[in-house]
Design a protein around this ligand. Structure first.
Ligand code: ASP
Length: 463
């Protein structure tokens, strides 16, 4: 039976079988030290005979667990009080020399090469820890919400455009040549439809796709967010739930971190811009303290911004574009300003800020057909564009509860909380900043038959 490295401390005097990788090999003349690494950690093994295994080989070892003499213990590793005297060693699979070291934090290694050999990069302990923590974070979120009567629902990936202000990825349809699906920029419309459907409390660990230029807090192409939506609630309910969720998550999974201020400060967009010149202020007291987490809310955003070149998606003749997205509700006191002075209308948007990063955003939504229609007009939608959202307006004629939600980014939260320099450090197989996928090297050309089946002719291909 296999024993894990971490279990050896409880097996002094016993013969064990270990399986894993050779983490390091140290030759001291007639004695060889091998550190074996498995998912539980590392244990030192020692042999006085020849042991041919080299770094990163996968091995199986039978050996005797021995207590190390007092002066030979290694307090740096949990198994530092024992070592395994090798009886027999079998090389299961040999490893070539790795393209880069994995016993460092890896920040100084070129991204392209880390990405090409991501499966090796993940062997480094920092990456390994990040992915394990990420898994725990997702499990914590899931349990927290399920305990509070939320329903987890998967929404389609092959869908129609869901504008969040970025460019869509489109997927050609084989069955209806000349037509395309869009990958969702978020499940925004589906989650609102699920409120019409009466679920009242929805969440999803949702993959979102946006064809926008990469930034350090956003990987190119895709990212994951906790998407949630609730009915019959106020904005305050959303803020309180989110605060409780993340505060208890930090307390349980990141006990070394402390939160600067609770309850989290809620700052109006106007004040925050005046005081900090940004809507995502870094409110840490000590910016050198890597264990400080300064959460805050930015609220009372204007519903619209002046339209800029980046708002290519909306009607080109319009003066305004949504500052969050087109489903955000105007402040009820400002509805009369929609016609007169739309730029003065406040929106019921809330942004979640952590250490200077926007890690989530959401809003109370429009649930009246007329108001939604008016917003479509104000952002300059043509009748054709409006038609693309007809299903929302139709749904709103069948009894729609007031609703709202939020979508904290999982990658972004982890990046900000761990102080990692990029979201890619908390993703298993991120796309590089030039849009190349890890290891598999997509995008790549499609085969001739595939293109024929799709009815697509590619005009020019860079060679
Ligand atoms: N759909 C929004 C986003 O992805 C979040 C929300 O409004 O709930 O940013």
């Amino acid at each position: 039976m296999r024993t894990l490295a971490a279990e050896t401390v409880d097996k002094i005097g016993q013969e064990v079988t270990l399986q894993g990788w050779v983490n390091t090999r140290r030759d001291h003349g007639n004695i060889v030290f091998l550190d074996l690494r498995d998912r539980s950690g590392i244990v030192q093994m020692v042999s006085t005979k020849t042991a041919d295994a080299g770094s990163e080989d996968v091995i199986e070892v039978v050996g005797l667990v021995k207590k190390r003499p007092e002066n030979m213990t290694n307090p740096k590793i949990p198994t530092g009080t024992v070592e395994v005297e090798i009886t027999s060693i079998k090389i299961i699979s040999e490893a070539k020399e790795l393209p880069f070291p994995i016993d460092t934090d890896g920040y100084d290694i070129e991204e392209e090469i880390r990405s090409k050999y991501r499966y090796l990069d993940i062997r480094r302990s920092r990456m390994n820890k990040n992915l394990r923590l990420r898994s725990k974070v997702v499990a914590f979120i899931r349990n927290f919400l399920l305990e509070r009567e939320f329903v987890e629902v998967e929404t389609p990936i092959l869908t129609k455009t869901t504008p969040e202000g970025a460019r869509d990825f489109i997927v050609p349809s084989r069955l209806q040549k000349g037509k395309f699906y869009a990958l969702p920029q978020s499940p925004q419309q589906y989650k609102q439809l699920l409120m019409v459907a009466g679920l009242e409390r929805y969440f999803q660990i949702a993959r979102c796709f946006r064809d926008e230029d990469p930034r350090k807090d956003r990987a190119y192409g895709e990212f994951t967010q906790l998407d949630l939506e609730m009915s019959f609630i106020t904005q305050n309910d959303i803020l309180e739930l989110t605060e409780k969720l993340f505060s208890s998550l930090v307390a349980e999974l990141m006990p070394e971190k402390h939160i600067t201020q609770t309850p989290w400060p809620r700052l109006s967009h106007k004040k925050v811009m005046e005081k900090y010149g940004t809507d995502k202020p870094d409110l840490r007291k000590d910016k050198n303290d890597k264990n400080e987490l300064a959460f805050s809310w930015t609220i009372d955003f204007p519903l619209f911004n002046k339209q800029s070149k980046e708002d290519f998606y909306y009607g080109s003749g319009a003066k305004v574009a949504p500052s969050h997205h087109m489903f955000t509700a105007p402040h009820p006191d400002d509805i009369s300003l929609l016609d007169k002075n739309p730029l003065k209308v406040r929106g019921l948007q809330h942004d979640l800020v952590l250490n200077g990063f926007e890690v989530g955003g959401g809003s109370i939504r429009i649930h009246q057909r007329e108001v939604q229609d008016k917003v479509f007009d104000l952002i300059g939608f043509t009748p054709m564009q409006k038609k693309q959202f007809e299903h929302m307006l139709t749904a709103f004629t069948y009894g729609v509860p007031p609703h709202g939600g939020i979508a904290p980014g999982i990658d972004r939260f982890l990046m900000a909380a761990l102080g990692e320099p990029s979201v890619r450090e908390v993703m298993a197989f991120p796309t590089s900043s030039s849009g190349q996928t890890s290891v598999m090297d997509a995008p790549s050309e499609a085969g001739k038959t595939q293109l024929v089946e799709l009815g697509i002719t590619v005009k020019s291909q860079k060679k």
